[in-house]
Design a binder for this molecule. Structure first.
Ligand code: ZN
Ligand code: ZN
Length: 209
């Protein structure tokens, strides 16, 4: 089967160089005339987890690229958004949660023979390689800056009870424990003895009238 073996070897070569797949963008159709622009929308299924220890875009999840590629004199300027869903663990209540993330990118990829390429280090300005852009390191850096080091399931997560460790979101606002500190015991006794109806102040006010 010559046709079958031919297509197999071609796809092997393609997967090795990965042109225009995943986070690799082929810029050949854009050309090099400064000002030329091309929209690029793509859904990428991540092969690796991207993020921090406690929160990240998991491997195998979908990331939306909504980008504009623009040829400029020194290279290709990529602008737009990368969005996806992160999975994290709340540092207050320790529960897993998911959240949306949207990154705004503005990144220049320099042509191999440009002045920018010759006057900068490749860790300062990204390079085009074989007319392709690899967006993955840019996304990894941007997500690292965007994600919180101490993720929370919600900004007002009440966390855990400091006495018994129960999640306060489940236990309710009236959850509490008897105060065992002897310095507070007298106050606690006073609070249980005087019922909620009427304070000593209101009685005094009535007398004045
Ligand atoms: Zn939480
Ligand atoms: Zn408790």
């Amino acid at each position: 089967m010559p046709a079958g073996s031919g297509s197999a070897s071609r796809s092997n070569a393609a997967s090795r160089r990965m042109p225009d797949a995943f986070f690799v963008l082929d810029t050949r159709s854009l050309g090099r005339r400064p000002g030329t622009m091309r929209e690029l929308r793509r859904t990428v299924t991540t092969k690796d987890r991207i993020g921090l220890d406690l929160i990240a875009i998991p491997a195998g999840s979908e990331v939306e690229l909504d980008l504009m590629l623009q040829a400029v004199s020194e290279g290709v300027l990529v602008t737009g958004t990368v969005s996806g869903e992160t999975a994290g663990e709340c540092t207050r209540c320790l529960e897993p949660f998911t959240a949306e993330i949207e990154l705004n990118l503005t990144e220049l990829f320099a042509y191999p023979d440009s002045a920018t390429e010759q006057t900068t280090e490749d860790d300062e300005v990204h390079r085009l390689v074989d007319d392709t852009i690899d967006l993955e390191p840019v996304i990894i850096d941007a997500i690292g800056l965007e994600l919180p080091l101490q993720p929370l399931c919600s900004p007002d997560c009440p966390g855990l009870c400091s006495e018994c460790g129960v999640r306060m979101a489940i236990a309710g606002s009236d959850h509490g424990h008897e105060i065992l500190d002897p310095r507070w015991a007298g106050l606690a006794k006073f609070a249980t003895e005087s019922p909620g109806s009427g304070s000593p102040d209101s009685g005094a006010a009535d007398k004045d009238d």
